[in-house]
Design a protein around this ligand. Structure first.
Ligand code: AMP
Length: 176
């Protein structure tokens, strides 16, 4: 079977207008996940720069990021580490606040989730304003991780999320 291309993934992403609120066009990735070839192909594209054994852990962001990061971790023979919304992780945590359009949110990681110097990828489904992934990066750096790449299936370029990830190796598969 031919390898999956970014345009094929773009074609499968469903645009849902006015969800979860008026004016937001939600990028629904469930049709990509439901298609065996496209799901596997999206993992191949997300992990394209790395061979198994060269990455210690793949960090995924709550909740859709978990799907891609967990699959990428098994492919790379790496561990999977969740960044969760505050209050969900049971053990000792470090936390990071970040600004939302209205108000703020907090993400958390377990204090022992990554060892200092660990070679780590951060994967999320979508880069919008970059607030969430920048907060995840701060947590990963606090634990001393070495961030090899930050990879998104989708980037909404017009929101300039990359500005918040300056100096870091950011890559995205489908750009709007
Ligand atoms: P941000 O912190 O603004 O970069 O937002 C990124 C997070 O919000 C990602 O984890 C996405 O799952 C979610 N998100 C933001 N905008 C959208 C959108 N238009 N469609 C789908 N998910 C979105």
């Amino acid at each position: 079977m031919p390898p999956v291309t970014a345009p094929e993934i773009e074609h499968a992403i469903r645009n849902v207008p006015d969800f979860p609120k008026p004016g937001i066009q939600f990028k629904d990735i469930t049709p990509v996940l439901a298609d065996a070839r496209l799901f596997a192909g999206s993992i191949d594209l997300l992990t394209a720069n790395f061979k198994p054994g060269t990455v210690d852990a793949v960090v995924g962001i709550d909740a859709r990021g978990f799907i891609f990061a967990a699959a990428a971790a098994t492919k790379l023979h790496a561990g999977f580490v969740p960044v969760r919304k505050k209050g969900k992780l049971p053990y000792k945590t470090i936390e990071q606040d970040y600004a939302l359009e209205y108000g703020h949110a907090t993400v958390a990681m377990h204090t022992d989730a990554l060892r200092p110097g660990a070679r780590v990828l951060l994967i999320d489904d979508l880069l919008a304003t970059g607030g969430t992934s920048a907060a995840a990066v701060r947590l990963m750096k606090k634990l001393g991780a070495q961030i090899l790449e930050i990879t998104f299936l989708i980037e909404l370029k017009f929101l300039n999320g990359r500005e918040k990830l300056k100096g870091l190796p950011v890559r995205s598969i489908v750009v709007y």
